[in-house]
Design a protein around this ligand. Sequence first.
Ligand SMILES: Cc1cc2nc3c(=O)[nH]c(=O)nc-3n(C[C@H](O)[C@H](O)[C@H](O)COP(=O)(O)O)c2cc1C
Length: 153
Amino acid sequence: MQTLLIVSNLPSPNTKKLVDAVVKGAKHQDVDSINVRFLEPLEACADDVLDSQAVIIGTTENFGYMSGQIKDFFERIYYPCLEKTQGLPYALFVKGGQDGTGARNSVEKIITGLRWRQVQETLIMKGEFQQQWLNLCEEFGLYMSAGLEANIF
Ligand SMILES: Cc1cc2nc3c(=O)[nH]c(=O)nc-3n(C[C@H](O)[C@H](O)[C@H](O)COP(=O)(O)O)c2cc1C
């Protein structure tokens, strides 16, 4: 069975809601042949990435950069994965306060080095919390698991 790995930090109730929605979408009842795994960044290691066929990264923007936990995750997996995961389908969602572009750019720079393949536009959510983000996050997760199941990546 193919695995979709979702790795995101969860520093607040709002981010927890967004991540739960991504996971819920990825586990949609219409997609029954994909193993969806959620891990917080500090729990995730290179083997988790190596055992996955697609990855969703979620991060808050902190100090104009990705969260420290996601940076730590990339620092630990980068070299063990570098030669083995080129072309891995991935997507990124960012929760910012007022921005989010710094987090996106910092992740995308690392992804360029890893040569993973972005298969969905980066989703940036910023400003006051919006209920409609939950639908966007569900669709975001569903797209990844359904796409993996349908072999469109
Ligand atoms: C230490 C720290 C630094 C932050 N730096 C930024 C930043 O540079 N840009 C930004 O848009 N938001 C920034 N934020 C806001 C977080 O992105 C925001 O708290 C996070 O997305 C969680 O959202 P919530 O507070 O709505 O749950 C920062 C938050 C913290 C705690």
